[in-house]
Design a protein around this ligand. Structure first.
Ligand code: FMN
Length: 225
């Protein structure tokens, strides 16, 4: 796909076909994504690719713990609840997703069901868990590096007909992900990317999220016009 078409058409996918993703396809995606820049070319990332029974165990235990009221145990520090303009944008995308899925504002069970889907990594056949070397904590620069890798993964997947969603909910219980996937203690779990072939009949997959106009967040300094 041409770059502009790829970027403009990509969206998060939260409904997947029950179809495995071949390992060589994932390898090609990572091969492409690892061309991402990183500070001083440190490439501080690791990718743990889960499928099959380990992934089933992660999603079941992550969901059970969260439903049971367990505390979030993420490796990375949380910013807390979004406020102000960030909160408004959060609400906006939620409204779009719930609208597409026909989930009414007061339909608590269905809203809860949606949250649980997130904890289950939207039942995707594959999960890519992204980690970085703990020695780099507190991490701001390597977080940036992982963001670059992550967007590369998402775009390279889309280019190959695969959908994905970066899924912070999927690693809310990072301790479980670490235990099941055998992730060493010297790595920090940053996020996971749920991936698979998109189910085109899943309404939320058609949602296109908004972006602000450039005027809202771009300044030009020293330009003649
Ligand atoms: C760090 C990060 C964490 C995210 N976590 C979740 C998540 O837990 N559940 C979810 O449904 N989407 C999650 N997303 C996807 C965003 O909601 C999505 O990227 C955003 O709404 C823009 O939509 P788009 O990707 O379709 O353009 C996450 C995205 C990022 C970058």
């Amino acid at each position: 796909m041409e770059f502009e078409a790829l970027v403009q058409s990509r969206r998060s996918v939260r409904g997947f076909k029950n179809e495995p993703v071949p390992r060589n396809v994932i390898e090609a995606i990572i091969e492409s994504a690892k061309r991402a820049p990183s500070s001083m070319n440190t490439q501080p990332w690791h990718v743990h690719v889960l499928t099959g029974s380990p992934l089933e165990e992660v999603r079941r235990r992550n969901m059970d713990e969260m439903v049971g009221g367990a505390k979030v145990k993420r490796d990375i520090v949380s910013h807390g609840e979004y406020q102000g303009v960030h909160r408004n944008r959060q609400v906006d995308i939620a409204k779009k997703l719930f609208g597409a899925m026909g989930i009414a504002r007061d339909d608590k069970p269905m809203r809860q069901d949606w949250v649980l889907r997130g904890f289950r990594q939207f039942d995707a056949p594959v999960s890519l868990v992204l980690t970085y070397d703990r020695v780099l904590d507190p991490g701001a620069v390597c977080h940036f590096d992982l963001g670059a890798l992550c967007y590369g993964i998402v775009l390279a997947a889309w280019d190959r007909g695969l959908g994905s969603v970066i899924n912070g909910q999927g690693i809310m219980r990072s301790d479980i992900v670490r235990e099941v996937a055998g992730i060493p203690e010297d790595e920090v779990i940053m996020t996971c990317v749920a991936m698979g072939y998109p189910d085109d009949s899943f309404a939320a997959n058609a949602v296109r999220s908004d972006r602000e106009e450039n005027d809202e967040f771009v300044r030009y300094v020293g330009f003649a016009d």
